[in-house]
Ligand binder design. Structure first.
Ligand SMILES: Cc1ncc(COP(=O)(O)O)c(C=O)c1O
Length: 191
């Protein structure tokens, strides 16, 4: 029971166990049907909230950014956030996702699939960076911890190491190695 799960239970959520083998098949119709049978008529929210509706929700995010920008970055786990943000951008702007898991190349297809599910078409205004997973999902390394501590001291923003810190580390690295043209305005989303 970690902090988040304890909070959820404290707010009245009932938790139930799913073994790893079944979890791997979590989006197969048979597994979904079993869930509906066990818990009665219900809406099964997929991992990460990433489905067509989630994408449509995230597409509203760019309109909330009240500064002018060229590129918007987010951490990417299940893909819905990047898919939505990119779909909601006005012409000429681009979205960049930093994959937080190892072997995240499947996310290219997944983001496209999610955009199709949400809007019936994929956009070409986004990309994924796979170089900053730090060993895998929820894995951390001393360089990441040092970065989090330094960032916290300088900006007063505590970054979570599972998502935000990997994106921010990757972004700083790409900026310093000249990936972005001088003068590019970049927004980083901490959600
Ligand atoms: C802070 C933060 N950024 C990004 C993401 C990744 O979102 P997605 O799973 O839609 O790719 C998450 C997911 O939990 C998150 O907590």
């Amino acid at each position: 029971m970690n902090e988040s799960l304890a909070y959820a239970v404290g707010r009245g959520m009932a938790l139930t166990y799913l073994d790893r083998a079944t979890y791997r098949r979590k989006s197969e119709p048979a597994v979904l049907a079993e869930l509906v049978e066990e818990f009665g008529p219900c809406y099964v929210v997929p991992e990460g909230g990433s489905n067509g509706l989630g994408v449509r929700g995230c597409a509203e995010l760019p309109a909330e950014i009240d500064v002018d920008f060229d590129v918007v970055c987010c951490a990417t786990g299940s893909g819905g956030t990047l898919a939505g943000i990119a779909a909601g951008l006005t012409d000429g702007r681009r979205a960049l996702g930093f994959a937080v898991l190892k072997g995240g190349q499947f996310l290219d297809d997944e983001v496209r699939r999610l955009q199709h599910e949400g809007f019936g078409a994929a956009t070409e205004n986004w990309a994924l960076d796979y170089e900053f997973h730090f060993g895998g999902y929820a894995k951390r390394k001393p360089a990441l911890d040092t970065f989090i501590a330094d960032f916290g001291t300088r900006h007063g923003v505590p970054l979570d190491w599972v998502y935000e810190a990997k994106m921010m580390y990757g972004l700083f690295d790409r900026i310093s190695s000249g990936h972005f043209a001088r003068g590019t305005t970049i927004v980083a989303v901490l959600s």
